[in-house]
Design a protein around this ligand. Structure first.
Ligand code: AMP
Length: 201
């Protein structure tokens, strides 16, 4: 099964894709995690991405598309994957469609988590406070200024991606304001509801 999880920062994409990973035994491919690993390792990609990420902007399409193209070639992604945080622009969505088409594949579903901006701001503040309280390090882009930029980038550049998939009858929208377990259930129901088109291979 090949899935995309769409949603603004703080919507719970990471949590829900982790659960989907366990349920379907397919890897969660988070471009944010891959980019943070590249930054930590100071690779050429990481060096290119760091300043943009710290400010909450989007890393150039060619960089992110290159990372995803490599990652979906890995053996563990052969049976499927959950893309978390990609595509974030229509150009990325088109590049992904082209990549998959070249392999004779397509996406099975795109799940959009809808959460309103005020709830997101509260969630992100809580995430930073919880991380600090447990002695962890808060992400460089989890400060209010960068978060606002990430939210603006989502509205300006990623909302059109939802329309892109709606036109292709792949978009399933789930209420991301519900408690975490209820969201997981809603996603499962959505996927089962489209089980005729959602294969396991
Ligand atoms: P995330 O962990 O998904 O919130 O991503 C953290 C940051 O990584 C984003 O704010 C962007 O700067 C960058 N990033 C992650 N995925 C993408 C993407 N698909 N396109 C562009 N930038 C991305």
């Amino acid at each position: 099964m090949r899935l995309v999880l769409l949603g603004p920062p703080g919507a719970g994409k990471g949590t829900q894709s982790g659960r989907l990973e366990e349920k379907y035994h397919i890897p969660q491919l988070s471009t944010g995690d891959m980019l943070r690993a590249a930054v930590a390792a100071a690779t050429p990609v990481g060096l290119r991405a760091k300043a943009v990420m710290d400010k909450g902007g989007l890393v150039p399409d060619d960089v992110v598309v290159g990372i995803v193209a490599d990652r979906i070639e890995a053996p563990d992604a052969k049976k499927g994957f959950i893309l978390d945080g990609f595509p974030r622009t229509v150009a990325q969505a088109e590049a992904l469609a082209k990549m998959l088409r070249a392999k004779g594949m397509d996406l099975d579903a795109v799940i959009e988590l809808r959460v309103d901006d005020a709830a997101l701001l509260a969630r992100i503040a809580k995430r930073a406070a919880d991380t600090l309280a447990s002695g962890g390090t808060v992400r460089a882009d989890d400060n209010p200024e960068a978060f606002k930029a990430r939210l603006d980038a989502y509205h300006a550049q990623t909302t059109p991606v939802a329309d892109f998939y709606a036109k292709r009858a792949l978009l399933k929208t789930v209420d991301g304001m519900a408690p975490v377990d209820a969201v997981t259930l809603a996603i499962a129901e959505t996927l089962e509801g489209s089980s005729r088109s959602v294969g396991t291979g």
